[in-house]
Design a protein around this ligand. Structure first.
Ligand SMILES: Cc1cc2nc3c(=O)[nH]c(=O)nc-3n(C[C@H](O)[C@H](O)[C@H](O)COP(=O)(O)O)c2cc1C
Length: 194
């Protein structure tokens, strides 16, 4: 099979990480793959904040747990958010699965292509990571908390600009999971019109 397509098909979300940090070369290669993503109008406004400082990650995890645990669960809530709130209320919640690196993807607040551009960047980085045998997982908790004053102030102190919104983030690290085959695809239907 074509190498690129095989890499796409073999990528999995990794939810357990070894404590060892990526090398600087691996991290910069992954970030650069993100920078090479397409963007609407070639605007290239996605801002990547790569967090590796252990104290900063610890504080961010504590704040995410604290703020999620204050949220109320309601009927019909997005299931993953509900699961995160429940885990946060229990305590000891590590929303990045002990990954040593978190890359936050932000873009201009109110920009129509913000999420699409960030998603292209994040996917490029996930694929680059997979090709380097580095685990990754899209992490949405700080996107959900984007307007939360506590986590937003914290992120503002760590590189987020005032006019930026957090669209998503990526956990990165060496996988501590057994290799998993790709999940069966049962959705994303295709209609051919020929
Ligand atoms: C927009 C988006 C948000 C996601 N948010 C999370 C998340 O917050 N935490 C998590 O563990 N996985 C998250 N995922 C990963 C998905 O759960 C995962 O891609 C899906 O279950 C398919 O599994 P696979 O990536 O191993 O193929 C997210 C994926 C996407 C595309």
């Amino acid at each position: 099979m074509n190498e690129v397509i095989a890499n796409i098909k073999n990528r999995r979300s990794i939810r357990r990480y070894k404590p060892e940090q990526l090398s600087d070369e691996e991290l910069s290669g992954i970030l650069e793959a993100g920078q090479f993503a397409p963007s609407g109008g070639n605007n290239q406004t996605t801002h990547l904040i790569a967090i590796q400082n252990k104290d900063v990650l610890r504080d961010l995890k504590r704040l995410v747990e604290q703020e999620l645990s204050k949220m109320l669960i309601y009927e019909g809530m997005y299931k993953s958010l509900e699961a995160s709130i429940k885990a946060a209320k229990k305590g000891g919640y590590d929303f990045i699965y002990h990954a040593p690196t978190l890359v936050v993807a932000a873009n201009r607040t109110g920009y129509g292509n913000a999420m699409a551009d960030c998603a292209c960047v994040l996917e490029n980085m996930m694929l680059a990571a997979t090709s380097l045998r580095i685990g990754s997982c899209w992490i949405n908790q700080i996107h959900w908390l984007d307007e939360n004053p506590v986590t937003r102030t914290f992120m503002r102190q760590h590189g987020l600009a005032e006019n930026e919104t957090i669209c998503g983030s990526l956990a990165l690290g060496y996988s501590a999971m057994k290799e998993q085959p790709p999940l069966k695809r049962t959705g994303n239907p295709i209609t051919y019109v020929r």
